[in-house]
Each structure stands twice: as C-alpha cells, then as structure tokens.
Design a protein. Structure first.
Length: 438
C-alpha cells in the first residue's frame, strides 16, 4: 500500500505529562461516588496526556471519536453573550476559542500522525475510531489511517451533510464533513438495532402497493433500516437549543449515533479533542464511561457545565502543570457575627476580585452568593482539604434566559471545616475562595 511521506516524518517517543486530579465533581442529584469516578476530563496537550495514559489505558478504550483541527488556518472565537441578535455578528460578545493555524501542511500532518499513533495504542483490540475532518485534509488522513491501522481497517467513510448560508459564489457550497471509521481488529462492536431509522414514507407506500417491490425481498418495515453512510443532521446553529457558544460544536444526535452503534453500556469512550464536550455528554447520558481532553480551559469548562446541567454521573477534572491554568485565590474578610444578615449565619466579603466585590452569606446548611452579575458558574466543596476540590453542589447560568442560582446547599458540612468555593466569570476567569467559619 502507498504511504504518505513528508519532510521530518517521525514518531518520537512523546514525553508524558504529569496530570494531577484537581477536582471531583458530583452533579446535584447524582449519587455520591463510593470510589474514584471513572469519568475524567483532562486539561492540557493531548499528546502528552495520551502518553501519560498509556500505562493505565493502553488497549482498553472501546471507542474513540476525534474531531481535531481541520487545517483551516483560521481562528475560531467563542460567543459568551446572551440575548444577542444573531443577525448582527458585529455586536456579539466574543472571547478566545481555539486557533487552527499552521506553518505548513507538513506540520499539520505530523501533528495528526503522532496523535493517531497514540490513539491506536490506547484503543482496545476490538475498538473503533471515528476521525472527523473535512475537505481541507481528509484525503491525507485516510493515508495516515491506512498506515497506522492497516488498509483493511476502514469500516466506513461517512458523509455528514448539513445546510446553512455560504459566501461561496465560484463553486458548489461546501456543506459536508467526512468521518472515517476504522476498526483495530475483528470482533468490533456494531449495534445495528440501536441505530435503526424509519423507512422513507414513499418506500412504505411502494411495498404496500406492489408485491413485486424490492425484487421479492420484503424488509421489516416496522423495524426500520440501518442508516446509509451519508447522514443529515442540522449543525448547532446560532439559535439551536444545544448551543453553548463554543466554536464548531457538534450536534448531540451525530455523536449519539456513533456511540450507540460502536459501544455498549459500561464501555469506555474517549475524545481527545473534546471542544464543547458533546462526546462525554452523550456518552454519560447512555451509560458509557468517558475520557476527554482539550488544550483550552474554556473547552473543558464548557464540557463541565454541560455535564453538570444534565446531572450526569460523577466525574473528575484533571490538570497538568503545563496547562497554564492559574485560578486566582481570593482572600475573605469577615465583618464579624454582630453584622450577620440573619440568625445563625455570617457574611464574608472579598474586595480584590477583578470582576468586582463578591459577597457570600453562610448558614449551617446553605451558602448564598449575594453578587452574581459577573459570574456564570460556581460550585462548593463543604469540606475542602486544600488539595482535591470535591464539588458537591453547583450552579450554572442558563443557556438562554434566566439568572444564575444564588443559593447552594452545604451537604455534609461540618463546623470548623474549610468551605471551598470556585467561580467562573463571564470572561472565563477562574477564582477560588476558602472560608474557614469561626
């Protein structure tokens, strides 16, 4: 088989990161974990994180969906405003999303080559990988997959078709992505009955009208059919209910079909370019375990918000020393119990937050955030140990209308134990506060 070559093609031994468990998040309404949760979000460079995962996960991941940069040589901002006119992009409130910029095509191919090779090592012997790209680089990626997984590994070349406005006037509008599905070996999972769709109404009418339709073969019209290798799902548009504002977000229905077809409940699903977190969200919804990584904190936090909103099973947030994440530690000032706003509570005021003054009111069983106009997410650890943040209660700004909840319970809080609070501002800044009640 032909192989792809480029200058400096190499597979150097990657230097593993040193990930550490930063937080355990138990969404409200989900059971408290008896042991360490098996679901994980990792912040950092996926090359070094995958290298660090090899000792524990080599040959153990059942399904990988990977949606890397497409070699568009563009920067993609994130929308962080609410209630904006989607027809006036100049008025949108934006923040940094992610960059898809490259010095050359050779650099991009080397980037993919190194990461796909590690994914191959992590994938189970009967596992499946779905590589999601578009016309910019899918032809090169096919040759990389042939080299790494073997030319016989291709299960499907799936076309995801969608519609939307386009500025192109000198060619046909480019309105599809390509998803290359490859298996690592025999015995792979494919749950045909889990992804069946209804037959087209015209097909049903045809079989009802003639016994000769289908050359004598009559399908089970009630059961439906396995989808073809071209799929139509609408993109997550500006007014879509799923929209998070994170760029190039993929629709949940797309990931649902992939996860239901190529994994079983309890299987481990991974996404090493998780972006807005659609893969871990859908995996958790259907009883799969997940590993997900991204290099930007905005992506990992977006995934965290979505998992918390859904009330999934507990999950862990892992960080790396190289991620660049530095939560701002805020110092609290107590005015004293004589100024308590109500019996049995006291007030702590922080004046050094860049977003403004943050005021908290505590009682034995709950905590209230008195100023919320700068905050989109906050969570509480009722017994912070100074190392791992055990988030037992969370509040998330609604995607559409509504306001951030200002009161959270303090489950299992004990007198004299430090209370940890983490907050995320509208601009993506992270703050941490530790209160030791008098």
């Amino acid at each position: 088989m032909p192989t792809l070559t480029w200058p400096n093609k190499d597979l150097p031994a990657p230097q593993p990161a040193s990930p550490f468990r930063d937080a355990v998040i138990t969404p409200q309404g989900s059971p408290n974990p008896q042991n360490s949760p098996s679901n994980r979000l990792y912040l950092g460079d996926n090359l070094t994180i995958m290298a660090a995962l090899l000792p524990e996960y080599a040959g153990k991941i059942d399904l990988i969906y990977t949606d890397p940069p497409f070699f568009t040589n563009r920067k993609f901002p994130a929308r962080i405003g609410r209630g904006e006119d989607s027809r006036k992009p100049k008025d949108w409130l934006l923040a940094e999303g992610y960059a898809d910029n490259w010095h050359s095509l050779d650099d991009y191919i080397q980037f993919l080559y190194e990461r796909l090779s590690l994914m191959h090592r992590l994938l189970a012997p009967n596992g499946t990988i779905y590589l999601h790209l578009d016309w910019h680089a899918d032809a090169y990626a096919r040759l990389l997959l042939d080299e790494i997984f073997g030319p016989e590994s291709l299960l499907n070349e799936i076309i995801w078709a969608y519609h939307g406005p386009s500025p192109i006037r000198t060619a046909f509008n480019r309105k599809h992505d390509t998803i290359l599905a490859c298996t690592k070996g025999p015995g792979y999972t494919f749950n045909a009955d889990s992804v069946r769709v209804p037959y087209d109404p015209t097909t049903v009418k045809t079989f009802a009208a003639s016994t000769k339709a289908g050359f004598g073969k009559i399908p089970d019209l009630q059961r439906g059919k396995v989808p073809e290798d071209w799929w139509y799902f609408p993109v997550v548009a500006r007014l879509h209910n799923e929209r998070t504002g994170y760029p190039t977000q993929k629709p949940e229905a797309l990931l649902e079909r992939i996860i239901l077809a190529s994994s079983n409940p309890g299987d481990l699903v991974a996404d090493f370019f998780c972006g807005s977190g659609t893969t871990p969200l859908v995996a958790a919804r259907h009883g799969r375990r997940f590993l997900a990584t991204d290099t930007t904190f905005r992506a990992i936090h977006t995934a965290r918000e979505r998992l918390v909103r859904q009330g999934t099973a507990p999950f862990e947030l892992w960080d790396t020393p190289q991620s660049g994440r530095h939560p701002m530690l805020l110092q609290g000032v107590f005015p004293g119990p004589e100024k308590s706003p109500s019996p049995g509570s006291f007030r702590a005021v922080w004046c050094d937050a860049p977003v403004g003054k943050l005021t908290f009111e505590l009682s034995p069983r709950q905590i209230r955030l008195a100023s919320r106009e700068f905050i989109r997410y906050w969570e509480v650890d009722p017994g912070f140990d100074g190392q791992t943040f055990h988030s037992a209660a969370q509040a998330v700004l609604p995607v559409r209308g509504g306001e951030l909840p200002t009161t959270l319970p303090l489950p299992q809080a004990k007198t004299g134990r430090p209370i940890g609070i983490r907050l995320i501002s509208n601009q993506g800044e992270e703050f941490q506060v530790v209160i030791t009640p008098p």
